[in-house]
Design a protein around this ligand. Structure first.
Ligand SMILES: Nc1ncnc2c1ncn2[C@@H]1O[C@H](COP(=O)(O)OP(=O)(O)OP(=O)(O)O)[C@@H](O)[C@H]1O
Length: 325
């Protein structure tokens, strides 16, 4: 559904020399700095996937999204959206895609929200009956009524983001590109946006590519995650595999019913897990899931006494990501 083939973007910026009229002289400068923001990346995203696209600041995420959506021309390489090249056939491509940039609204700043929807519907050739039907649906899901008549510039960030999401979906595109849609939002607002996105993906089958710095977005929404660093794809796989690959320990807390007996753990390590805490009827062990499965650990711990309760604590996803940046 989304295909990037050897996609590359190099920015050329004129060198600004110090001194009087520096800015003006830069306009006529023949010296440039070259920045390869995206270095020949390639991937395919299938219909119905929800993919997270993450990386540290300046890694090349927004540049990629802008190329995928046809806003920015790649220096080389090709993008195909359901077989359509957005740089060659922009009209057809925009009918298929919706975009939300968290930092910038596509709505008309001084107009009431509803007027922006009228303009967008005309632009995309959405029939009035369809517009009404979709807006009714979005209004119910995103609580749009509370700011229907309000000029966009007066909306809170959370309201603006909901209004923008509805705008992006007004022409019912198959693909949705989201660049930091939860940036700066409070916990409740994030939850609302996430459940709407989940619904779009799971119930309406939309294919979604999401960039974010919020690892909860990734964990809660994305089955697959791609990591970009210094313009290169450094990981592409499931969040589960990513955790396993980094190999941070999982904590397993077991409470025993009554007596239990610890075996003598030899220094060379009879078991590929470590006992990190022992308190009354409870013990905590730490294990690397690459080395031993949870079932094997529980089988072993079960042989020490009768298990009453088990609590597992996965490594913090934020920490996992920190290790690969
Ligand atoms: N128009 C431009 N001209 C010159 N350099 C640019 C331009 N746009 C982006 N860059 C540079 O390209 C690199 C990638 O930028 P990009 O905005 O894609 O990163 P990002 O991963 O989206 O970062 P962030 O998480 O901070 O939004 C950065 O070094 C940035 O300074």
């Amino acid at each position: 559904m989304i295909e990037a083939r050897q996609l590359r973007k190099e920015f050329r910026t004129p060198v600004v020399k110090k001194g009087r009229w520096a800015g003006v002289r830069a306009l006529f400068s023949s010296e440039y700095v070259h920045k390869e923001a995206v270095k020949e990346i390639g991937f395919q995203i299938k219909r119905g996937e929800f993919v997270g696209y993450i990386g540290p600041n300046g890694a090349g995420k927004s540049t990629t999204i802008k190329m995928l959506t046809g806003i920015l021309h790649p220096t080389s390489g090709e993008v195909l959206l359901g077989g359509i090249n957005p740089h060659k056939d922009r009209r057809r491509a925009v009918q298929r895609l919706g975009v939300v940039f968290g930092q910038r609204s596509q709505l008309w700043w001084d107009l009431p929200v509803k007027d922006s929807y009228d303009i967008l519907s005309r632009m995309y050739g959405v029939k009035p009956s369809e517009q009404q039907q979709r807006l009714d649906q979005f209004a119910a899901l995103l609580d749009l009524q509370e700011f229907w008549e309000t000029p966009v510039r007066k909306l809170s960030l959370g309201q603006r983001m909901r209004a923008d999401l509805a705008a992006a979906m007004l022409h019912d595109p198959e693909l949705l590109f989201l660049d930091e849609p939860t940036i700066g939002l409070d916990v409740n607002a994030k939850r609302n946006i996430r459940s709407f996105l989940k619904l779009l993906n799971e119930e309406f089958g939309k294919t979604i590519l999401l960039t974010t710095h919020d690892m909860d977005d990734i964990e809660q929404l994305c089955g697959r995650v791609m990591v970009i660093n210094h313009g290169e794809l450094t990981y592409d796989g499931t969040t589960r595999q990513l955790r396993d690959q980094i190999g941070l320990p999982t904590l397993i807390r077991v409470t025993y019913r009554g007596e239990y007996r610890l075996p003598v753990l030899t220094p060379e390590g009879r078991y590929p897990f470590r006992l990190t805490e022992q308190k009354h009827d409870r013990i905590t062990v730490e294990a690397n899931r690459k080395e031993i499965s949870t079932m094997d650990i529980l089988r072993e711990l079960g042989s020490w006494g009768e298990i009453e309760d088990v609590v597992m604590e996965e490594p913090d996803f934020e920490e996992v990501i920190h290790r690969i940046y």
